[in-house]
Write a protein that binds this ligand. Sequence first.
Ligand SMILES: Nc1ncnc2c1ncn2[C@@H]1O[C@H](COP(=O)(O)OP(=O)(O)O)[C@@H](O)[C@H]1O
Ligand SMILES: Cc1cn([C@H]2C[C@H](O)[C@@H](COP(=O)(O)OP(=O)(O)O)O2)c(=O)[nH]c1=O
Length: 204
Amino acid sequence: MPVGRFITFEGIDGAGKSSHIEAAAEALRAQGRSVCCTREPGGTALAEALRELFLSREMDALTEALLVFAARRDHLRCVIEPALAQGQVVLCDRFTDATMAYQGFGRGFDLNVLAQLEAWVQAGRQPDRTLWFDVPATVAAARRAAARAPDRLEREDLAFFDRVRAGYAARAEAAPQRFVTIDATASMDAVRTRVLATLHDLGP
Ligand SMILES: Nc1ncnc2c1ncn2[C@@H]1O[C@H](COP(=O)(O)OP(=O)(O)O)[C@@H](O)[C@H]1O
Ligand SMILES: Cc1cn([C@H]2C[C@H](O)[C@@H](COP(=O)(O)OP(=O)(O)O)O2)c(=O)[nH]c1=O
């Protein structure tokens, strides 16, 4: 049986990651891999209900962190771990790097508390590879404005998204063996080519 692989897609809102997950899944299926596409917060009925609250209700940073980690716990137990145990490739739109970047760097919430929640919730599980779609906050804001009405997080200002981006940069620097940085200012085609190239060597 193939070894399961856990791949996460990260970046500030509007970076373009959601646009590329389905193409990545198709390419992997064409290689004969079984693929599970999912997202955070979300991926189970309970976690999707928490996502709805998270994206629409006002709350403080600790409540945000508790909600995303509660959703993550359910998602790991019910979807991610079973899929990995079956040898699937799990492609997940955001994971704990988003919590560190948004709640930690964006909101200024204590990174040590987030790390403790991470340890409880994940019991050692980490992504095997993380594709970070990197764009300046101004570029992402222009893309979002052209594409959709903003949710609660997307109404934050450019300074917030600058801090979140800096958070991703710090995470990438701290774990260079796991992170692949994608220049997401490039054209859709160029980004797609780069995404597919990073998934070529997933192993058996
Ligand atoms: N490389 C790109 N160049 C130009 N526009 C892009 C690019 N990637 C994505 N977009 C557009 O930007 C918007 C946001 O993309 P999306 O994939 O939803 O971002 P995210 O999931 O990171 O929030 C969409 O309208 C998408 O078509
Ligand atoms: C997973 C996660 C997401 N978020 C935020 C980032 C996004 O603004 C939002 C939802 O992510 P996302 O699914 O990327 O939003 P969209 O469907 O609009 O592209 O939740 C956090 O703040 N912390 C987290 O731990």
